[in-house]
Design a protein around this ligand. Structure first.
Ligand SMILES: Cc1ncc(COP(=O)(O)O)c(C=O)c1O
Length: 462
């Protein structure tokens, strides 16, 4: 492979002049002189145009399960593009890879989740969940059931529907009005919101907030509950084991659809193909994206349970929903090959039995660091909470100060991670080795050591 020779300084200038990157402060981007230009990647490493190599502790954006540089995936795309690069599913038509991928996803989902609707992004998958949930209740003759309940600090994407269902304060503060008929309940965030409380009891308490809200708005008005098995973008919030079974119990009690947003948790992240399988619950709708194709091409899907599809069939008529690229044959070919690689290399099992526990052990040691309030993980997703006083969840200075500082120091020392408020979150490729996990955790330790004097010099948080 010959590497292309880019003029990085010129690209950064053009980046400021013409490119609006996702979720950024454009004035800050100008002050910084443009984006870091990532020019190539292999395995678990990314390389920027200034010659820096970084260990990718985020698998891109929680998505590159099989790591970078997989020729098999490039070949799958190439072969499909030669044969049939594109066709749609609007005209009572489908491409072979589209059907094969739906079948494979149904197999991985198991149980009654035997139907799959394709989209391009996680946000679009969430739109599909919303439309399908509401249409299902109309088709069943209960059109009043339109309310969808999500959670504070949940993340379901950036389209209007995704942002409305999500509980991200910063998003809700920009724009609106949002999609009506959406409610948010508390999140199951033990470190942030129940420090010192018995986790099992807190898990039940957080889930009971769903029942309270259902009763408040009237069960006859509620269509569905949606949640990420583990909240990713919200800061890797791992609920107590009591949480999801209780949520399921409440949904069943009131006949409400249970939707799991598996855009991050799906495809092995928690050590099972899907997060709901880890928690032992049976959702009616499952959104997925990211790891489905390891991010090599955009594709997302929604797993739909038999009884929903049977209801739509009984009603008859079109489900008037779908995208030009729903079931894109090339994206589907890449996703199929990606799943084949994951199965062949046993990446899901390895996450559950080997690398996941290895990361957990390394984080448990890091938890002794004087700046660490909690270091938690499940499978290959984790977070390190920075606290100003050991044994508390008190922070340094204004919210987010420590997270940003430590995140920047991690990058300086060659590790790409993300700061969410005052935690450092990680979600490395599922192919990560023990040595790379050691490097990941050691680099966070080095960054914490370096940040400590500056953080201790800050005035106490209000
Ligand atoms: C749980 C969840 N749902 C939906 C989305 C939106 O996915 P996309 O950015 O592909 O639209 C994300 C993205 O991070 C996510 O984490």
């Amino acid at each position: 492979m010959t590497l292309r020779n880019y003029d990085i300084a010129e690209l950064r200038r053009l980046d400021v002049a013409h490119h609006l990157p996702a979720q950024q402060d454009y004035r800050l981007m100008e002050e910084l002189g443009g984006s870091r230009i990532i020019t190539r990647a292999d395995g678990c490493n990314i390389y920027d145009g200034d010659g820096n190599a970084l260990l990718d502790g985020m698998a891109g954006l929680w998505c590159v399960q099989v790591g970078y540089g997989r020729e098999e995936l490039a070949k799958a795309a190439y072969e499909q593009m030669i044969e049939l690069p594109y066709y749609n599913t609007f005209f009572k038509t489908a491409a072979p890879t589209t059907v094969m991928l739906a079948t494979k996803i149904a197999e991985l989902l198991g149980g009654n989740l035997q139907h799959v609707f394709f989209n391009n992004s996680g946000s679009e998958a969430v739109d599909t969940v919303l439309r399908l949930a509401r249409y299902y209740w109309q088709a069943k003759g209960e059109p009043n059931r339109s309310i969808i309940i999500g959670r504070v600090n949940g993340y379901h994407g950036s389209t209007i529907a995704g942002a409305s269902l999500g509980g991200m304060k910063a998003m809700h503060e920009q724009g609106g009005p949002w999609v009506p008929g959406i409610e948010h309940i508390m999140q199951p965030y033990p470190f942030g919101e129940a420090h010192g409380e018995d986790p099992a009891a807190f898990g039940r308490r957080a889930a009971d907030a769903l029942e309270a809200r259902i009763l408040e708005v009237g069960p006859e008005n509620v269509a569905a509950f949606i949640g990420e098995p583990v909240q990713g973008a919200g800061g890797v919030i791992i609920p107590p084991e009591t949480y999801w079974p209780r949520i399921q119990e409440i949904c069943r009690k009131y006949g409400i659809l249970l939707a799991c947003d598996e855009v991050i948790c799906g495809f092995g992240r928690l050590g099972q193909w899907f997060g709901f399988q880890h928690y032992g619950v049976q959702p009616d709708l499952v959104s997925m994206a990211k790891g489905l194709s390891s991010g090599y091409l955009p594709i997302s899907a929604v797993g739909v349970t038999d009884h929903i599809v049977e209801t739509l069939k009984a009603k008859g008529g079109d489900f008037v929903h779908g995208y030009t690229y729903s079931g894109h044959p090339t994206s589907a070919a890449v996703a199929l090959k990606n799943i084949e690689i994951m199965e062949r290399e046993g990446l899901v099992e390895r996450t559950a039995k080997d690398t996941g526990p290895y990361l957990a052990k390394a984080l448990a040691e890091l938890a002794n660091h004087p700046l660490v309030g909690e270091a938690r993980s499940l499978g290959l997703i984790g977070a390190v909470e920075i606290a100003s006083r050991k044994g508390t969840n008190e922070r340094f200075g204004a919210p987010g100060t420590a997270g940003l500082m430590v995140r920047d120091l991690c990058i300086k020392h060659g590790l790409m991670v993300r700061g969410v408020r005052d935690s450092i979150v990680m979600s490395p490729p599922l192919v990560i080795s023990h040595a790379e996990i050691d490097r990941l955790v050691d680099t966070i330790r080095v960054a914490l050591d370096e940040a400590e004097p500056q953080l201790r010099a800050l005035p106490a948080a209000a």
